[in-house]
Design a protein around this ligand. Sequence first.
Ligand SMILES: [Cu+2]
Length: 171
Amino acid sequence: MYQQAAWFTTIIFIAGIIGVFLYIINNSDQKEDYGTVKHKGHQLQKFYFLALIVVFSIATVITLKDLPFERAKAQENQIIVDAIASQFAFELSQNEFEVGQPIEFRVTSKDVNHGFGIYDENMQLIAQTQAMPEYTNPIYITFTKPGTYKVLCLEYCGIAHHVMQATISVY
Ligand SMILES: [Cu+2]
């Protein structure tokens, strides 16, 4: 659906640009007094510049208001799990959970920047954040299916980055 909207928008913009080019080509043989043309052009420029600012400001406000996905929020009865990344392992204060239990992972790093990506059994990324030294980034997640989930590092952090992982079991 978003793909389609992107396509339509692109095509409309391309059509608009082609239209402008055709208009300019069509009118390029008309001779006018240089002074008048310059004056008119300047006025037009001012008008289009303002119009662009207005159109893009409105478009920005409208499109930034809502994310195309639901944002996870903190819950009252959530379990808090400390997740500490370091070269080249994840240390989780708990890695066994129940289906339907809201969890907050508090993700940080002991050394360099790492990624913290939670993958389901089909190796689809279901949640992720950065693991950064001196920062704690939360992930709010409620597992809806039992199974074995994997945590993988998503940022190249050194020679053994590719082996950096942890396992989460959900019952
Ligand atoms: Cu890494």
